[in-house]
Every structure is written in C-alpha cells, then in structure tokens.
Design a protein around this ligand. Structure first.
Ligand code: SF4
Ligand code: SF4
Length: 236
C-alpha cells in the first residue's frame, strides 16, 4: 500500500516538474533567429570566409607579400603571386588566390599574418554550384575601407599605421635631378658671355698693327722726299 502511494507522489512530482519547465519556456523571449530573414549577430572570433583588409583610413593594401600565410596553410589553398619592384626594391603583390573549397577555416593563416591583413570574416554564405567559383582572387578577397574598418573594430584589432612615405624622398630626388639638370643646362648660357667677349678683345690687337704699318709707311715715304732737295743746295 505504502509503495503505491509513494509511486503516485513521485509521479505527480515529475509531472509538476515538467509543467514548471514548460511554463518557464512559455513566457521566455525566443532565442532562435529567423535566418535568413534575420542575420545572426556572430562574434568577432567567428571563422568565416577569408578576406584581405586595407587600411581603413588610407585605403592602402596591407599585404606585404611575405608568404607566411601561404607557408603555414596545412591545406595549401593559398597561392600568392608577387614580384620585386625595380623602383622600391620591395615585393609587390600581383595576385592572391584562396581556394575556399579546400580551406578548413582553421585560422592559422590569420594568426601568422604580421600586418593583420588576412582575416576571417563573418560571411558564411558561400554555397555555390561550381567549385571553381570558390577560388577567390585578389579582387574578390580585398575588402573595402568601410568593411575593413568594421572588422578592425569588431575584432578589436589595432588600426594599422600608414606606410612611411618613402616614395616622397625618391620623388624629391627625382624632382631634384631635373632641377640639377636645368642648373647644368644653364651654366653653358653663363659661359657664353666670356666666349662672346673674347673676339672683342682679339679685335683690338688686330687693329694696332694696321695703324703701325701705316705710320711706318708714312715715315718711309717722307724721308726720300727731303734728302734730294737739301743736298744740292748745300753743294752750291
Ligand atoms: S584557414 Fe587554415 S586551411 Fe584555410 S587558408 Fe587559412 S591556413 Fe589554410
Ligand atoms: S601573411 Fe599577411 S602580409 Fe604575409 S603574404 Fe599573407 S596576407 Fe600578406
């Protein structure tokens, strides 16, 4: 008898317990999201599609073509094309490809990047019917200034410093070269003055001999005229 009463009380307790749980959830606000009508608010550490950031303030690309992400990738799905610039003697990024069909979103590439260039975005809607469309090139990977600023803020990443204006001294040097060239070009103009003066100086000595010769001729012509007239008069 006591056993039956004990089982009935235990059953009622479990029913009340279940109804209490149902009652709690009945009046609780829903925690589910009506995706895709409402996008979920994902945390900054979410590892979605990979992308390349730019400086949110200046818009300059942050990748320095160091290839650390390419080397660390276990799936070998990153392919970087770069070449050394003859002007700056530094690597210039030509193309950047990521095969998201191979990527396992481990985030290792984002960990090693020294310039915070490659990041995981919150974009997870990458389904496609063609695997080739999952290979993103530099243009598709690069974020805009606004998007980069959003992710720098969301991931609490320090804003990158603008690249030092090393091109300015080169440009100044390049600008100085033509200036020096013009200065060199102007020197011959200044040296024209002595060149022009030389003939004037040379003309003066040329005139003197002419005058001297004419004087000598005059004296030579006068002497014979005097001598024949005086000598006969003295003999008389
Ligand atoms: S997330 Fe991992 S697998 Fe994907 S590109 Fe980066 S290192 Fe490679
Ligand atoms: S690690 Fe960063 S800076 Fe280096 S090549 Fe990859 S994305 Fe560019």
């Amino acid at each position: 008898m006591f056993d039956i009463i004990g089982r009935a009380v235990g059953g009622l307790y479990q029913v009340v317990r279940g109804l209490t749980t149902v009652g709690k959830h009945t009046f609780r606000p829903p925690i589910t999201k009506e995706y895709p009508d409402l996008m979920p608010d994902l945390p900054g550490a979410f590892r979605g599609r990979l992308a390349l950031t730019v400086n949110p303030e200046t818009g300059e690309h942050l990748c320095i073509s160091c290839r650390q992400c390419e080397r660390v990738c276990p799936d070998k799905c990153i392919e970087i094309t770069a070449q050394k610039s003859t002007d700056t003697n530094k690597l210039e990024l030509i193309d950047f490809k990521i095969d998201h069909g191979l990527c396992m979103f481990c985030g290792l590439c984002t960990e090693v990047c020294p310039t915070l260039c490659i990041i995981n975005t919150n974009d997870f809607e990458m389904a496609d019917y063609n695997r080739g469309n999952l290979i993103y090139d530099l243009k598709r990977l690069t974020l805009t200034q606004e998007e980069s600023g959003y992710y720098f803020d969301k991931k609490n990443m320090p804003l990158p410093k603008p690249k030092p204006a090393k091109a300015a001294p080169a440009a100044a040097a390049a600008a100085a070269k033509p200036a020096a060239a013009t200065a060199v070009a102007e020197k011959p103009v200044a040296s024209e003055k002595p060149a022009a003066a030389k003939p004037e100086v040379a003309e003066k000595p040329a005139a003197k001999p002419v005058e001297a010769k004419s004087a000598e001729v005059k004296t030579e012509e006068a002497k014979p005229e005097v001598k024949p007239e005086t000598k006969p008069e003295e003999t008389k």
